[in-house]
Design a protein around this ligand. Structure first.
Ligand code: AMP
Length: 618
């Protein structure tokens, strides 16, 4: 159902869109896609041209920001105020990135080596989460313009090898951008979905996703089994991509045409010009045999043959990584059913042919390789929105699930990377003699102390029969269903006392929603309790009415006419109260009837016993 709100600034009605968008938050470029008329489409810029938003943020002197193409223009002229490749910093501490610090043209802060890094721009500090949120905000705005509605929900992709800190950081960036991140999806899984691989319920396939972008290379081997996507292995090189291909061309030109190396390293504008020309040459060579141009009046050229010779070593490095990935996955080349190509650099003919030769089959390259991941994310988003009822896309739990044990320790019951759905149990016992209750607090995360993990909820198993400590056998079972909903069952095995609680474990709830749910559940709990009290009173009243009528039927002869009449009128009053919903009125009517009839019942019982004793009745 669409929600509406008044936009006070514009004086218009702002719609809230139901669409869940798919976002590829890339190292070099980012995109947003959604399902339009059943098709996954990547959203273009205002001019209807580019779907790619360069993942670059520029800070202007007044502190305001530029994102995307405009920010990219500032990379050369104002490198210290222009942030790129922020994805490389997500969820990382300074220690993690120290060795590659020189790669960044901006200032990375090392005030505390173990804490998450920050980036310094002017006299301000920004976390990679904030910086990424600027990119996400710009994507959000882009799609909101197209849909003319507010977009609040998204699926964001991350590399399969991203750890929890990196996933969490990505999620937080989404939250900061005003997006509720329903799911963090592995990029190779999204890519295969874009090609429709894994969309059928009873499909079993092993696929390779080859992703060569501007600055990174990833190869992932996935096992798809009935909608379950399992990452068997990942490999790659975080510093190998299209930029290296450009550099190979620059180096060739420098050598061949005696381009001034000194000028190239000191004159930013000149080096940028050469770099852009090399990239253009590379792109042109993806569809023709020769590239010709000029630099500062100097005629230059490069043939496809030469280019292939130059970049062969780079391509070989990617093939070596493919071999390693297969080895880690314990998969042989012939077992790979499909190869999916992702990333702008897979347009290079030599890349395509080398990958096809290595895997011994045609590669999937019919879709725009820049858009594949975002499109797949939109498909996953659509499934989450419930628009594809026959499909259940399942992946693996990104975080471990467990309970708190003595001393605040996390005891994992379903480890991270387990297939979903999943079911697992462990046995516990009591720590005090005669303990009748056990608190079960459920957490998600990888840290040893639960305080560092995320609490999903808690409940108390009550009614454990008192036993010496260590004797009760309490089984805690975790049942994780395909939607990521976790059911926790606690059962004392000796007595059979049991309780089940449902918790939502997937990344999916914003803090507000969580708070709302809690308030709801408390309010509902109160009204549920009241309802239950009325129901219980009615049940009891009906039992009493039945007994009173039976009593009159069997013992009427022992009562005075007045006693019979009063009993009848009190029974009628009770019947009437049961038709209402007031438990106090029902209870009062029950008391009245009980009080009046209980001496009569005693008297009747005495008479009946006497009669039985004297043998008149058996
Ligand atoms: P991505 O990170 O996936 O956006 O990839 C961008 C990279 O793809 C850049 O290095 C581009 O130069 C490269 N690229 C884009 N188009 C082509 C093309 N037609 N031929 C070769 N490389 C390309």
């Amino acid at each position: 159902m669409a929600k509406f709100a008044i936009n006070l600034k514009k004086g218009t009605i702002a719609k809230d869109s139901d669409v869940i968008v798919g976002i590829d938050l890339g190292t070099t470029n980012s995109l947003v896609a959604y399902i339009k008329d059943g098709e996954s489409v990547a959203v273009k810029d205002e001019n209807g041209k580019n779907t790619l938003v360069p993942s670059v943020v520029h800070f202007k002197a007044d502190g305001s920001t530029l994102v995307g193409e405009e920010a990219k223009q500032k990379l050369v002229t104002e490198p210290e105020n222009t942030i790129y490749s922020v994805k490389r910093l997500m969820g990382k501490s300074f220690n993690d990135v120290e060795s590659v610090e020189q790669y960044f043209g901006y200032k990375i802060i090392n005030e505390d080596e173990d804490k998450l890094v920050k980036v310094r721009v002017g006299d301000k500090f920004y976390t990679p989460i904030e910086l990424s949120s600027f990119i996400l905000e710009s994507l959000k705005k882009r799609i909101e313009k197209v849909l003319d509605a507010t977009v609040r929900k998204a699926v964001i992709t991350v590399p399969a090898y991203f750890n929890d800190a990196q996933r969490q950081a990505t999620r937080d960036a989404g939250k900061l951008a005003g997006l509720d991140v329903l799911r963090i999806v592995n990029e190779p899984m999204a890519a295969s979905l874009a090609y429709g691989i894994g969309l059928k319920a009873d499909e079993t396939k092993t696929i390779a996703v080859y992703d060569l972008g501007g600055g990174t290379f990833d190869i992932s081997i996935l096992q798809i089994d009935n909608g379950i996507f399992e990452v068997l292995s990942t490999n790659g090189d975080t510093f190998l991509g299209g930029d290296d291909f450009d550099r190979a061309i620059i180096d060739y030109w420098v050598d061949t045409y005696n381009i001034d190396k000194e000028l190239l390293s000191t004159d930013k504008n000149f080096s940028q010009k050469v770099r852009l020309l090399a990239e253009e040459a590379k792109k042109v060579l993806s569809s023709t045999d020769t590239f010709k141009s000029e630099i500062n009046g100097l005629n230059i050229e490069i043939t496809l043959e030469k280019f292939n010779e130059l970049v062969q070593p780079l391509v070989n490095r990617t093939i070596k990584a493919c071999k390693n990935a297969l080895k880690d996955a314990e998969i042989n080349v012939p077992e790979i059913d499909s190869v999916v190509m992702v990333g702008g650099s897979t347009r290079i003919p030599l890349v395509k042919s080398s990958v096809a030769t290595f895997f011994g089959k045609e590669v999937n390259d019919s879709l725009n390789p820049d858009e594949v991941v975002a499109k797949g994310a939109a498909i996953q988003a659509d499934v989450l929105a419930g628009n594809n009822k026959n499909l259940l896309l399942i992946d693996i739990t990104p975080l471990s699930l467990g309970i708190e044990t003595v001393g605040g320790l996390m005891d994992t019951i379903i480890p991270r990377n387990s297939k979903v759905p999943n079911r697992s149990a462990r046995q516990y016992t009591t720590s005090v003699d005669g303990q009748t209750k056990l608190k079960v607090a459920v957490f998600q995360g990888e840290r040893d102390l639960v305080t560092h993990n995320r609490k999903l909820g808690e409940f108390i198993l009550t009614g454990i029969p008192p036993m010496p400590m260590g004797l009760p056998k309490i089984e805690i079972q975790f049942i994780l269903d395909a939607d990521g909903i976790l059911k926790v069952k606690a059962k004392e095995l000796r007595s059979g006392v049991e309780q089940t609680v449902e918790m939502r474990s997937q990344y999916g709830l914003s803090e507000e929603e969580m708070a709302e749910m809690l308030i709801d559940s408390i309010q509902n709990a109160q009204s549920d309790m009241a309802k239950r009290a009325v129901l219980e009173a009615k049940n009891e009243a009906n039992n009493i009415i039945r007994s009173a009528e039976k009593f009159l039927e069997q013992n009427g002869r022992l009562l005075t006419e007045e006693e019979i009449a009063t009993t009848q009128s009190l029974t009628t009053a009770l019947k009437k109260s049961v038709e209402g919903e007031d438990k106090d009125v029902i209870n009062q009517a029950m008391d009245d009837l009980n009080q009046f009839t209980s001496p009569l019942a005693h008297r009747a019982m005495d008479v009946n016993i006497k009669e039985a004793m004297s043998g008149r009745k058996v």
